[in-house]
Design a protein around this ligand. Structure first.
Ligand code: NAD
Length: 255
């Protein structure tokens, strides 16, 4: 059932009740969870795609042909990601994990902010910006090393001069099957899934709510606007994640 923003008070109480009673609470987070940490999302006005066409800057086959565009965007993004701090949404989720209420976060984000907030059970569907690997010799290169090598159109592997690619999933690139398996298991175990700040438009992340629903779990959608694929959410809370999650946290019965 979809409710308007003015109805949030009642829905917040209902959400907190469901969380308090849940046995296996899981969160699925997207770029909207981090916008209030200063990292733009892809689709909102002012989002990254307005400046960088994804078909050029974040597409895997394009990257293989010409990695320099991707790295051009990364030069702007890296300091933003490195300096970003977790916001109240990340912190509320970390507290729910500490209270043994939230079992896992499945995130589409690559920004490390859940871990910076103190969450430890984080499944990173799309990888993390913090490391890169060589496409030729497959050796890992740390973030510091990668930054040191960024003085060319794109950084070359310090071992074999192959192309370095951050360990993030680009459009058209397959997800790590083991990560996908872990996410599917967690989504299936979830009796309640909090879906936070995602447009649910990117497959296979968008399948996660369907898995929970198929196993009889409930869905709570938190987004500042209506999403086009709501997956039959049981509750929709419209507003900013960094405002709504602390409110929910304050209403949850801590065990
Ligand atoms: P998206 O841009 O498609 O959707 C973001 C959603 O969050 C939108 O529906 C928007 O209305 C909502 N939103 C924005 N700010 C919000 C807020 N403060 N509170 C609540 N909702 C808010 O992002 P996506 O669905 O995550 O998919 C885009 C892909 O790009 C994913 O792989 C994502 O991880 C990646 N990405 C990651 C980052 C990051 O790591 N921070 C940033 C940009 C994109």
């Amino acid at each position: 059932m979809f409710l308007r923003k003015k109805d949030n008070a009642e829905e917040l109480v209902r959400t907190a009740g469901l969380i308090s009673q849940s046995n296996h609470l899981v969160a699925l987070t997207g770029a909207g969870c981090s916008t209030e940490s200063g990292i733009p999302d892809f689709r909102s006005p002012g989002g990254l795609w307005k400046k960088y066409d994804p078909a050029v800057y974040a597409d895997y086959s394009y990257f293989l042909k010409d990695p320099s565009r991707f790295w051009e965007m990364s030069v702007e993004l890296l300091p933003l990601l490195e300096n970003a701090l977790p916001n109240a949404a990340h912190l509320a989720l970390a507290k729910l994990e500490k209270g043994n209420i939230l079992k896992t976060i499945i995130t589409q984000n690559i920004d490390d902010l859940h871990q910076k907030a103190g969450s430890s059970k984080v499944i990173e569907l799309h990888g993390s910006y913090r490391a890169a690997a060589c496409l030729t010799c497959e050796r890992d290169v740390s973030l510091d090393e990668m930054k040191r090598l960024l003085n060319k159109p794109y950084p070359e592997c310090p071992y074999c001069r192959g192309t370095l690619k951050p360990k993030v999933i680009l459009f058209g690139e397959a997800l790590d099957p083991d990560i996908l398996r872990q996410a599917t298991i967690e989504a299936g175990k979830a009796d309640l899934l909090l879906i936070i700040g995602t447009g649910l438009e990117i497959y296979p992340a968008s399948f996660v709510p369907s898995v929970t629903k198929q196993h009889g779990g409930k869905l709570i959608l938190i987004n500042n606007e209506r999403v086009s694929r709501p997956h039959k959410a049981d509750i929709f809370l419209q507003g900013k994640a960094a405002e709504i999650l602390p409110e929910i946290l304050s209403l949850v019965n801590h065990r």
